[in-house]
Design a protein around this ligand. Structure first.
Ligand code: DC
Length: 220
């Protein structure tokens, strides 16, 4: 079974996608982690994102592996475990810019499809799964939430990690990232035809899970 879960950051996608994968007994595939890993390599090697030749060389020499230990993804970049590092501020700063680039998207989408086929099923978490990566997915969901609520969740998540940032700064980062993701020319973030849209603003994780699993049961 292939399931696409798309939506903006902070809508609850990754938590739901991981729980759903465990629930259905299929693998979870975090496509954002792949964009983050290639971004980390670009940052580390100090490559200009407008230099196509260097980007192509980098892609040709990059190994990105997702290892699936029960409902989470360990990320290996050229054999090194970068699971934590891909969530760092420097990667956050660049990842949306990097994921606008056609060359990068084509390479990542190819890897994502190969992995999902190899696994023989997956719950895929991303921005373009229903519209591009798995247009034939068995089920497509699009999770959304208000910008304020997504800011609140992100602010709390950072606080829990010991980082207390001004609310306005977190809000601005979310708005900027949404703008880039929604307005890029290649596979922008949008609702896929046939996707079930769930607004999670006023819902708990359990309530969202009930909606998703309820829909799958009724329509499976
Ligand atoms: O879900 P995330 O925050 O880890 O994603 C990081 C970035 O990667 C996000 O800003 C947009 C990009 N991305 C994408 O363009 N397509 C995907 N399928 C997944 C993520």
């Amino acid at each position: 079974m292939y399931i696409a879960i798309d939506g903006p950051a902070g809508a609850g996608k990754s938590t739901i996608a991981k729980m759903l994968a465990l629930n259905l007994g299929v693998n979870y595939l975090d496509t954002g982690a792949m964009y983050r890993a290639i971004t980390l390599k670009i940052v580390r090697e100090n490559i200009s994102i407008s230099d196509e030749k260097s980007l192509q060389d980098l892609l040709n020499n990059a190994s990105i592996e997702l290892v699936e230990p029960l409902g989470a993804n360990q990320v290996l970049l050229d054999g090194e475990d970068v699971t934590e590092e891909i969530r760092d501020a420097e990667v956050n700063r660049w990842v949306s810019q990097v994921s606008r680039i056609k060359l990068i998207r084509e390479a990542m989408v190819k890897k994502q499809r190969e992995l999902a086929m190899k696994w023989g099923g997956a719950v895929m978490d991303g921005r373009d799964i229903g519209t591009c990566v798995l247009t034939d997915a068995t089920f497509k969901f699009y999770l959304d939430a208000s910008t304020e609520e997504r800011t609140r969740r992100r602010w709390q998540e950072l606080k829990d990690k010991g980082k207390e940032l001004p609310w306005e700064e977190v809000y601005k980062t979310i708005v900027d990232r949404d703008n880039i993701d929604q307005n890029r020319s290649v596979s922008p973030l949008e609702v896929a035809p046939g996707a079930v849209v769930i607004d999670t603003t006023h819902l708990s994780i359990e309530e969202v899970m009930q909606k998703v699993t309820g829909y799958i049961k009724e329509n499976g």
